[in-house]
Design a protein around this ligand. Structure first.
Ligand code: F6R
Length: 370
Protein backbone atom coordinates (compact mmCIF):
# COMPACT_ATOMS: atom_id res chain seq x y z
CA UNK A 1 0.00 0.00 0.00
CA UNK A 2 3.05 2.27 0.25
CA UNK A 3 3.40 1.74 -3.49
CA UNK A 4 7.12 0.98 -3.35
CA UNK A 5 8.01 3.93 -1.10
CA UNK A 6 9.49 3.19 2.30
CA UNK A 7 7.07 5.44 4.14
CA UNK A 8 3.62 6.88 3.58
CA UNK A 9 5.09 10.33 3.93
CA UNK A 10 7.45 9.65 1.05
CA UNK A 11 4.59 8.34 -1.07
CA UNK A 12 2.32 11.24 -0.19
CA UNK A 13 4.91 13.95 -0.92
CA UNK A 14 5.35 12.36 -4.34
CA UNK A 15 1.60 12.66 -4.80
CA UNK A 16 1.72 16.46 -4.41
CA UNK A 17 1.40 17.05 -8.18
CA UNK A 18 -1.52 14.62 -8.47
CA UNK A 19 -3.23 16.18 -5.44
CA UNK A 20 -3.28 19.58 -7.15
CA UNK A 21 -4.31 18.11 -10.48
CA UNK A 22 -7.16 16.02 -9.07
CA UNK A 23 -8.47 18.94 -7.03
CA UNK A 24 -8.79 20.96 -10.24
CA UNK A 25 -10.52 18.17 -12.13
CA UNK A 26 -14.14 18.57 -13.20
CA UNK A 27 -14.51 22.11 -11.89
CA UNK A 28 -14.92 23.87 -15.22
CA UNK A 29 -17.81 24.24 -17.64
CA UNK A 30 -17.50 24.16 -21.41
CA UNK A 31 -16.47 27.84 -21.43
CA UNK A 32 -13.66 27.13 -18.98
CA UNK A 33 -15.55 29.01 -16.23
CA UNK A 34 -15.46 27.64 -12.70
CA UNK A 35 -18.38 25.58 -11.42
CA UNK A 36 -18.46 24.39 -7.85
CA UNK A 37 -20.94 21.55 -8.05
CA UNK A 38 -20.83 20.39 -4.43
CA UNK A 39 -21.72 23.87 -3.24
CA UNK A 40 -25.23 24.45 -1.97
CA UNK A 41 -25.02 28.19 -1.45
CA UNK A 42 -26.81 30.00 -4.23
CA UNK A 43 -25.09 32.52 -6.44
CA UNK A 44 -27.07 35.38 -4.90
CA UNK A 45 -25.69 34.55 -1.44
CA UNK A 46 -22.19 34.26 -2.86
CA UNK A 47 -22.56 37.67 -4.48
CA UNK A 48 -23.47 39.27 -1.17
CA UNK A 49 -20.47 37.93 0.78
CA UNK A 50 -18.42 40.82 2.11
CA UNK A 51 -15.95 39.03 4.36
CA UNK A 52 -14.30 35.63 4.67
CA UNK A 53 -13.08 34.11 7.90
CA UNK A 54 -10.99 30.97 7.58
CA UNK A 55 -11.07 28.69 10.61
CA UNK A 56 -8.56 25.84 10.77
CA UNK A 57 -5.67 24.40 12.76
CA UNK A 58 -2.04 23.63 12.04
CA UNK A 59 -1.14 23.00 8.42
CA UNK A 60 -4.70 23.68 7.24
CA UNK A 61 -4.51 27.16 8.80
CA UNK A 62 -1.31 27.88 6.85
CA UNK A 63 -3.07 26.89 3.63
CA UNK A 64 -5.73 29.46 4.58
CA UNK A 65 -3.07 32.04 5.27
CA UNK A 66 -1.63 31.53 1.78
CA UNK A 67 -5.10 31.87 0.27
CA UNK A 68 -5.69 35.16 2.11
CA UNK A 69 -3.06 36.88 -0.03
CA UNK A 70 -4.64 35.59 -3.24
CA UNK A 71 -8.32 36.06 -2.36
CA UNK A 72 -7.94 39.61 -1.02
CA UNK A 73 -6.01 40.53 -4.15
CA UNK A 74 -8.51 38.90 -6.51
CA UNK A 75 -11.87 39.50 -4.83
CA UNK A 76 -11.15 42.70 -2.87
CA UNK A 77 -12.91 41.53 0.28
CA UNK A 78 -11.19 41.08 3.64
CA UNK A 79 -10.06 37.57 4.54
CA UNK A 80 -9.22 36.80 8.16
CA UNK A 81 -7.46 33.67 9.32
CA UNK A 82 -8.27 32.41 12.73
CA UNK A 83 -7.08 29.34 14.57
CA UNK A 84 -10.32 27.47 15.18
CA UNK A 85 -9.69 27.08 18.92
CA UNK A 86 -9.22 30.84 19.37
CA UNK A 87 -12.14 31.85 17.17
CA UNK A 88 -14.97 30.44 19.21
CA UNK A 89 -13.93 31.93 22.49
CA UNK A 90 -13.57 35.54 21.49
CA UNK A 91 -17.04 36.56 20.34
CA UNK A 92 -16.13 37.00 16.66
CA UNK A 93 -18.14 39.37 14.46
CA UNK A 94 -20.28 37.19 12.20
CA UNK A 95 -23.11 38.27 9.90
CA UNK A 96 -25.14 36.51 7.18
CA UNK A 97 -22.75 38.14 4.69
CA UNK A 98 -19.70 36.52 6.30
CA UNK A 99 -18.51 33.32 4.66
CA UNK A 100 -16.71 31.09 7.14
CA UNK A 101 -14.34 28.69 5.42
CA UNK A 102 -13.42 25.66 7.52
CA UNK A 103 -10.32 23.91 6.17
CA UNK A 104 -9.61 20.40 7.39
CA UNK A 105 -7.91 17.38 5.91
CA UNK A 106 -9.58 14.84 8.21
CA UNK A 107 -12.88 16.67 8.55
CA UNK A 108 -12.96 15.52 12.17
CA UNK A 109 -10.85 18.11 13.98
CA UNK A 110 -12.95 18.99 17.01
CA UNK A 111 -11.63 22.56 17.33
CA UNK A 112 -12.62 23.29 13.73
CA UNK A 113 -15.98 21.54 14.06
CA UNK A 114 -16.87 23.59 17.14
CA UNK A 115 -15.83 26.79 15.36
CA UNK A 116 -18.10 26.03 12.40
CA UNK A 117 -21.02 25.21 14.67
CA UNK A 118 -20.53 28.53 16.39
CA UNK A 119 -20.46 30.36 13.06
CA UNK A 120 -23.67 28.72 11.87
CA UNK A 121 -25.42 29.50 15.16
CA UNK A 122 -24.55 33.14 14.54
CA UNK A 123 -26.16 33.01 11.10
CA UNK A 124 -23.08 32.81 8.89
CA UNK A 125 -22.72 30.38 5.99
CA UNK A 126 -19.96 27.81 6.28
CA UNK A 127 -18.04 26.29 3.40
CA UNK A 128 -15.80 23.33 4.17
CA UNK A 129 -12.61 22.55 2.29
CA UNK A 130 -12.07 18.94 3.24
CA UNK A 131 -10.21 15.84 2.07
CA UNK A 132 -12.52 13.22 3.60
CA UNK A 133 -15.88 12.43 2.02
CA UNK A 134 -18.77 12.47 4.47
CA UNK A 135 -16.72 13.50 7.53
CA UNK A 136 -18.34 15.60 10.29
CA UNK A 137 -17.07 18.97 9.08
CA UNK A 138 -18.40 18.67 5.51
CA UNK A 139 -21.62 17.08 6.83
CA UNK A 140 -22.34 20.09 9.01
CA UNK A 141 -21.41 22.75 6.45
CA UNK A 142 -23.61 24.67 4.00
CA UNK A 143 -21.24 23.87 1.19
CA UNK A 144 -18.26 21.63 0.56
CA UNK A 145 -15.35 21.89 -1.75
CA UNK A 146 -13.52 18.59 -1.57
CA UNK A 147 -9.78 18.40 -1.99
CA UNK A 148 -9.14 15.26 -3.98
CA UNK A 149 -5.69 14.56 -2.59
CA UNK A 150 -6.61 10.94 -1.84
CA UNK A 151 -6.30 9.39 1.63
CA UNK A 152 -3.47 10.86 3.70
CA UNK A 153 -2.02 8.28 6.07
CA UNK A 154 1.19 9.84 7.41
CA UNK A 155 0.44 11.99 10.44
CA UNK A 156 2.29 15.00 9.05
CA UNK A 157 0.14 16.63 6.41
CA UNK A 158 1.77 17.06 2.99
CA UNK A 159 -0.30 16.51 -0.16
CA UNK A 160 -3.41 17.77 1.63
CA UNK A 161 -1.71 21.17 2.07
CA UNK A 162 -1.17 21.76 -1.66
CA UNK A 163 -4.68 20.50 -2.36
CA UNK A 164 -6.11 22.90 0.25
CA UNK A 165 -4.37 25.86 -1.37
CA UNK A 166 -5.67 24.75 -4.76
CA UNK A 167 -9.25 24.47 -3.49
CA UNK A 168 -9.08 27.83 -1.70
CA UNK A 169 -7.74 29.43 -4.90
CA UNK A 170 -10.63 27.93 -6.87
CA UNK A 171 -13.01 29.39 -4.32
CA UNK A 172 -11.33 32.80 -4.66
CA UNK A 173 -11.48 32.77 -8.43
CA UNK A 174 -15.09 31.58 -8.31
CA UNK A 175 -15.98 34.50 -6.04
CA UNK A 176 -14.11 36.88 -8.35
CA UNK A 177 -16.22 35.44 -11.19
CA UNK A 178 -19.64 35.75 -9.51
CA UNK A 179 -18.85 39.14 -8.01
CA UNK A 180 -17.36 40.43 -11.25
CA UNK A 181 -14.20 41.41 -9.36
CA UNK A 182 -11.88 40.33 -12.19
CA UNK A 183 -12.03 40.23 -15.97
CA UNK A 184 -12.75 36.82 -17.45
CA UNK A 185 -9.37 36.85 -19.16
CA UNK A 186 -7.56 37.50 -15.90
CA UNK A 187 -9.40 34.64 -14.21
CA UNK A 188 -8.55 32.31 -17.07
CA UNK A 189 -4.93 33.38 -16.93
CA UNK A 190 -4.79 32.54 -13.21
CA UNK A 191 -6.48 29.20 -13.84
CA UNK A 192 -3.93 28.43 -16.54
CA UNK A 193 -1.10 29.15 -14.09
CA UNK A 194 -2.78 26.93 -11.52
CA UNK A 195 -3.18 24.09 -14.03
CA UNK A 196 0.50 24.40 -14.83
CA UNK A 197 1.60 23.85 -11.23
CA UNK A 198 1.55 20.03 -11.08
CA UNK A 199 4.24 19.99 -13.78
CA UNK A 200 6.35 22.49 -11.81
CA UNK A 201 6.00 20.52 -8.59
CA UNK A 202 7.02 17.39 -10.49
CA UNK A 203 10.16 19.19 -11.68
CA UNK A 204 11.14 19.77 -8.03
CA UNK A 205 10.51 16.11 -7.18
CA UNK A 206 12.58 15.02 -10.19
CA UNK A 207 15.56 17.31 -9.77
CA UNK A 208 15.97 18.53 -6.18
CA UNK A 209 16.04 15.47 -3.85
CA UNK A 210 19.83 14.96 -3.99
CA UNK A 211 20.49 18.53 -2.92
CA UNK A 212 17.88 18.26 -0.20
CA UNK A 213 19.28 14.97 1.12
CA UNK A 214 22.80 16.43 1.18
CA UNK A 215 21.54 19.47 3.10
CA UNK A 216 19.79 17.23 5.62
CA UNK A 217 22.98 15.19 6.11
CA UNK A 218 24.91 18.36 6.74
CA UNK A 219 22.36 19.87 9.12
CA UNK A 220 21.25 16.76 10.98
CA UNK A 221 22.86 17.80 14.26
CA UNK A 222 21.62 21.39 14.25
CA UNK A 223 19.72 22.27 17.42
CA UNK A 224 17.38 24.81 15.91
CA UNK A 225 16.26 26.32 12.63
CA UNK A 226 14.70 29.62 11.68
CA UNK A 227 12.32 29.82 8.70
CA UNK A 228 11.67 33.19 7.10
CA UNK A 229 9.44 34.36 4.30
CA UNK A 230 7.40 37.33 3.16
CA UNK A 231 3.97 37.64 1.54
CA UNK A 232 2.87 34.09 0.56
CA UNK A 233 6.35 32.91 1.55
CA UNK A 234 5.52 33.69 5.17
CA UNK A 235 2.92 30.93 5.70
CA UNK A 236 5.20 28.62 3.69
CA UNK A 237 7.96 29.37 6.24
CA UNK A 238 5.53 28.58 9.07
CA UNK A 239 4.61 25.28 7.42
CA UNK A 240 8.25 24.35 6.79
CA UNK A 241 9.00 25.04 10.45
CA UNK A 242 6.02 22.97 11.59
CA UNK A 243 7.02 19.96 9.44
CA UNK A 244 10.53 19.91 10.84
CA UNK A 245 9.46 20.21 14.48
CA UNK A 246 6.71 17.60 14.08
CA UNK A 247 8.70 14.77 12.61
CA UNK A 248 12.38 15.53 13.26
CA UNK A 249 11.76 16.99 16.76
CA UNK A 250 14.02 19.89 15.99
CA UNK A 251 13.26 23.24 17.56
CA UNK A 252 12.09 25.55 14.80
CA UNK A 253 10.51 28.93 14.54
CA UNK A 254 8.92 30.56 11.52
CA UNK A 255 8.83 34.34 11.13
CA UNK A 256 7.80 36.97 8.65
CA UNK A 257 11.16 38.00 7.16
CA UNK A 258 10.39 41.69 7.74
CA UNK A 259 10.16 40.96 11.45
CA UNK A 260 13.81 39.90 11.63
CA UNK A 261 15.09 43.28 12.70
CA UNK A 262 12.30 43.61 15.27
CA UNK A 263 13.64 40.78 17.38
CA UNK A 264 14.43 37.37 15.88
CA UNK A 265 17.80 38.47 14.49
CA UNK A 266 19.05 38.32 18.08
CA UNK A 267 18.87 34.52 17.75
CA UNK A 268 21.22 34.47 14.78
CA UNK A 269 24.70 33.33 15.63
CA UNK A 270 27.63 31.66 13.84
CA UNK A 271 26.41 28.56 12.00
CA UNK A 272 22.70 29.00 12.85
CA UNK A 273 20.68 27.48 10.00
CA UNK A 274 18.21 29.95 8.51
CA UNK A 275 15.81 28.92 5.75
CA UNK A 276 14.63 31.71 3.45
CA UNK A 277 11.70 31.48 1.06
CA UNK A 278 12.77 33.88 -1.69
CA UNK A 279 10.00 35.31 -3.89
CA UNK A 280 10.23 35.17 -7.69
CA UNK A 281 12.58 37.73 -9.23
CA UNK A 282 10.02 39.13 -11.65
CA UNK A 283 6.73 40.70 -10.68
CA UNK A 284 7.00 41.65 -7.04
CA UNK A 285 10.57 42.86 -7.29
CA UNK A 286 10.29 44.99 -4.18
CA UNK A 287 9.70 41.92 -2.07
CA UNK A 288 12.52 40.03 -3.72
CA UNK A 289 15.00 42.79 -2.88
CA UNK A 290 13.76 42.96 0.70
CA UNK A 291 14.16 39.24 1.29
CA UNK A 292 17.65 39.35 -0.23
CA UNK A 293 18.61 42.12 2.15
CA UNK A 294 17.35 39.94 5.02
CA UNK A 295 19.66 37.20 3.77
CA UNK A 296 22.58 39.63 3.72
CA UNK A 297 21.84 40.65 7.31
CA UNK A 298 21.91 37.15 8.72
CA UNK A 299 24.78 36.09 6.48
CA UNK A 300 26.86 38.90 7.97
CA UNK A 301 26.27 37.28 11.37
CA UNK A 302 27.58 33.94 10.20
CA UNK A 303 24.27 32.12 9.61
CA UNK A 304 24.12 29.06 7.39
CA UNK A 305 21.67 30.02 4.62
CA UNK A 306 19.30 27.56 3.00
CA UNK A 307 17.16 29.21 0.32
CA UNK A 308 14.14 28.15 -1.65
CA UNK A 309 14.38 30.30 -4.77
CA UNK A 310 13.71 30.69 -8.45
CA UNK A 311 16.03 28.82 -10.78
CA UNK A 312 19.09 30.89 -11.59
CA UNK A 313 18.40 33.73 -9.11
CA UNK A 314 21.86 35.42 -9.07
CA UNK A 315 21.42 37.11 -5.68
CA UNK A 316 20.58 33.81 -4.09
CA UNK A 317 23.51 32.13 -5.81
CA UNK A 318 25.76 34.74 -4.28
CA UNK A 319 24.66 34.42 -0.66
CA UNK A 320 23.06 31.05 -0.01
CA UNK A 321 24.99 28.03 1.22
CA UNK A 322 22.37 25.65 -0.17
CA UNK A 323 19.54 26.33 -2.62
CA UNK A 324 16.41 24.30 -3.32
CA UNK A 325 15.38 25.55 -6.75
CA UNK A 326 11.88 26.27 -8.02
CA UNK A 327 10.96 26.73 -11.69
CA UNK A 328 9.75 30.25 -12.53
CA UNK A 329 6.09 30.81 -11.65
CA UNK A 330 3.83 33.68 -10.54
CA UNK A 331 4.30 34.75 -6.90
CA UNK A 332 0.82 33.65 -5.85
CA UNK A 333 1.46 30.16 -7.24
CA UNK A 334 4.89 29.77 -5.62
CA UNK A 335 3.68 28.23 -2.31
CA UNK A 336 2.46 25.15 -4.19
CA UNK A 337 6.05 24.47 -5.22
CA UNK A 338 8.00 25.95 -2.33
CA UNK A 339 6.54 23.76 0.37
CA UNK A 340 7.65 20.59 -1.45
CA UNK A 341 11.42 20.78 -0.74
CA UNK A 342 10.60 21.67 2.87
CA UNK A 343 8.43 18.56 3.20
CA UNK A 344 11.27 16.45 1.76
CA UNK A 345 13.85 18.16 3.96
CA UNK A 346 11.86 17.44 7.14
CA UNK A 347 11.39 13.82 6.09
CA UNK A 348 15.09 13.34 5.30
CA UNK A 349 16.10 14.88 8.62
CA UNK A 350 13.69 12.62 10.54
CA UNK A 351 14.91 9.51 8.71
CA UNK A 352 18.55 10.39 9.34
CA UNK A 353 17.74 10.68 13.03
CA UNK A 354 16.10 7.26 12.91
CA UNK A 355 12.53 8.39 13.61
CA UNK A 356 9.32 6.92 12.27
CA UNK A 357 8.27 9.63 9.82
CA UNK A 358 4.71 8.35 9.51
CA UNK A 359 3.97 8.24 13.23
CA UNK A 360 5.70 11.04 15.10
CA UNK A 361 5.60 10.84 18.87
CA UNK A 362 2.72 12.49 20.75
CA UNK A 363 0.70 13.25 17.63
CA UNK A 364 -2.52 11.80 16.22
CA UNK A 365 -3.71 12.03 12.61
CA UNK A 366 -6.98 13.59 13.60
CA UNK A 367 -7.41 15.53 16.78
CA UNK A 368 -10.92 14.76 17.93
CA UNK A 369 -10.70 16.43 21.32
CA UNK A 370 -10.87 20.15 22.02
C1 F6R B 1 0.51 19.06 10.49
C2 F6R B 1 -0.72 18.42 10.93
C3 F6R B 1 -1.67 19.18 11.81
C4 F6R B 1 -3.02 19.27 11.12
C5 F6R B 1 -4.06 19.88 12.05
C6 F6R B 1 -5.41 20.03 11.36
O1 F6R B 1 1.29 18.21 9.74
O2 F6R B 1 -0.98 17.31 10.54
O3 F6R B 1 -1.18 20.46 12.10
O4 F6R B 1 -2.86 20.02 9.95
O5 F6R B 1 -4.21 19.09 13.18
O6 F6R B 1 -5.90 18.80 10.93
P1 F6R B 1 -7.09 18.70 9.91
O7 F6R B 1 -6.63 19.31 8.63
O8 F6R B 1 -7.38 17.25 9.77
O9 F6R B 1 -8.23 19.48 10.49
Amino acid sequence: EKGGWDSFMDKEIHEDPAAVQRTLLGRFDTNGDITLDEVRIDEHDFKSIDKIIVVACGTASYAGQVAKYAIEHWVRIPVEIELAHEFRYRDPILTPRTLVVAISQSGETMDTLMALRHAREQGSKVLAICNTQGASIPRESDAVLYTHAGPEVAVASTKAFVAQITAAYLLGLYLAQVKGAMFRDEIHQMLDSLKDMPRKIQWVLDTQPKTIQAAAERMVNANSFLFLGRHVGYPVALEGALKLKEIAYTFTEGFAAGELKHGPIALVDEGEPVVFIVPPQRGRNVLHAKVISGIEEVKARGAYIIAVAEQGDPDVERYADVVFWRPACPTLMSPLVDVVPLQLFAMDMAKLKGYDVDKPRNLAKSVTVE
